[in-house]
Design a protein around this ligand. Structure first.
Ligand SMILES: *Cc1c(COP(=O)(O)O)cnc(C)c1O
Length: 417
């Protein structure tokens, strides 16, 4: 691919400069956004391929346009690999992203006003899990559960009680900012007890589940959604996996229910990414994500950072900065000044606002892709705490910036671009 950006530059300098600047930004900063990752050059190739040119409304062998021989082949290969990766009965790889995938599931199995149990955004859920300003919360009657005030853990007994009282038609689990293991088995049992459909949104931890470093929601869960661009390390997209008995309804809800032509270039990128995830190396990668996260959590705790639930089981850490006397927003911008990229985040029972919450969320999937291990996590913890504790010292900032730059050079990405 070397030289591709140069060709763009000859024709469109403005766009090319922005593109190259973003590449350099990703190369020269430490990306710790828990929902992000760095795809392989081969996934980039497939995602940037000629499949972007093709219209293919419908499904393999049932299309509304001609010329879909190879689109069919790539979509079938993506489906086969996804099913193998998770042990699923049926998959739809066409959802444009995680949010539409969730809405498509609701559209497939619910009626307007039906009751659903989902996790509160402020406790780690997602907007599409019934937030009042989201289509999900406006269209269906979401009852929201949170985490325990003391332990910051999901309280399964509370959820069982809530389920028995409210009798929702669907019970949804999965989160965007929950640092602990989720017991999908209990969620499914609760759903069975009241005759509800069980749904899991495994977007954040799909890569960990594929590599068997987090317990799987398969094969018992009825319907599972996931983005493909987080720990799974594929292109920006999503899929819905389900038991055979929901297959027809799910497929109809995706097309023609909510979407038009599938993004075949994304499907091609997914196919390549799933191929990578099926290799033994990916298992090692996922194990290392968790090891790195546990090490980073320990090192931050040792230096005085207060972690929600006291630690982590997965790829992410949620830190409550109240005791450091700094807000999430302030921490996010201080860290960005030295090249460490995190996002401000609400913590459970937060007293501050979503625009300037008490916490930050930190993820290790991206840095693990860059090849970093435990010793780098130790250094990273030191750099982060130095930055947050010496916020008014220009000297410190300069020194930390230098060390961040060095780390990025020692663990390069996209050198072939
Ligand atoms: C990221 C995420 C989504 C949304 O995905 P988008 O691709 O941003 O629409 C939905 N649910 C969960 C749990 C997520 O983590």
């Amino acid at each position: 691919m070397k030289g591709e950006y140069k060709k763009l530059r000859e024709k469109d300098k403005k766009a090319s400069d922005i593109l190259v600047n973003e590449l350099k930004r990703q190369q020269s900063t430490l990306g710790l956004i828990a929902s992000e990752n760095f795809v392989s050059t081969n996934v980039l190739r497939a995602t940037g391929s000629v499949f972007t040119n093709k219209y293919s409304e419908g499904y393999p062998a049932k299309r509304y346009y001609g010329g879909n021989k190879y689109v069919d082949e790539i979509e079938i290969l993506a489906q086969e690999r996804a099913k193998e990766l998770f042990g699923a009965e049926h998959v739809n790889v066409q959802p444009y992203s995680g949010s539409p995938a969730n809405l498509e599931v609701y559209f497939a199995v619910l009626n307007h006003g039906d009751k659903v149990l989902g996790m509160n955004l402020a406790h780690g859920g997602h907007l599409t899990h019934g937030h009042p300003i989201n289509f999900s919360g406006k269209t269906y009657k979401f009852i929201q559960y949170g985490v325990d005030k003391k332990t910051h853990l999901i309280d399964y007994d509370e959820i069982r009680k809530l389920a028995k009282k409210e009798k929702p038609k669907l019970i949804l689990s999965g989160a965007t900012a929950y640092p602990r293991e989720i017991d999908f088995k209990i969620f499914h049992e609760i759903a069975e007890e009241i005759g509800a459909i069980s749904m899991v949104d495994m977007s954040h931890i799909a890569g960990l589940i594929a590599a068997k470093v987090h317990p799987s929601p398969f094969p018992f869960t009825d319907i599972i959604t996931t983005t493909t661009h987080k720990t799974l390390r594929g292109p920006r997209g999503a899929m819905i996996l389900c038991k055979e008995k929901f297959a027809k309804d799910i497929d109809r809800a995706v097309f023609p229910g909510m979407q038009g032509g599938p993004h075949n270039h994304t499907t091609a990128g997914m196919t390549v990414a799933f191929g990578e995830a099926l290799k033994p190396e990916f298992k090692e990668y996922a194990k290392q994500i968790v090891k790195n996260c546990k090490t980073l959590a320990e090192e931050l705790t040792n230096r005085g950072m207060n972690l929600v639930s006291g630690g982590t089981d997965n790829h992410l850490i949620l830190a409550d900065l109240t005791s450091l006397n700094i807000s999430g927003k302030e921490a996010e911008s201080l860290l960005e000044e030295v090249g460490i990229i995190v996002n401000k985040n609400m913590v459970p029972y937060d007293k501050r606002s979503p625009f300037d919450p008490s916490g930050i969320r930190i993820g290790t999937a991206g840095l693990t892709t860059r090849g970093m291990k435990e010793s780098e996590m130790k250094l990273l913890a030191e750099l982060m705490m130095k930055t947050l504790k010496n916020k008014d010292s220009k000297d410190y900032k300069l020194k930390v910036k230098q060390e961040v730059k060095q780390l990025c050079e020692d663990f390069p990405i996209y050198n072939d671009l």
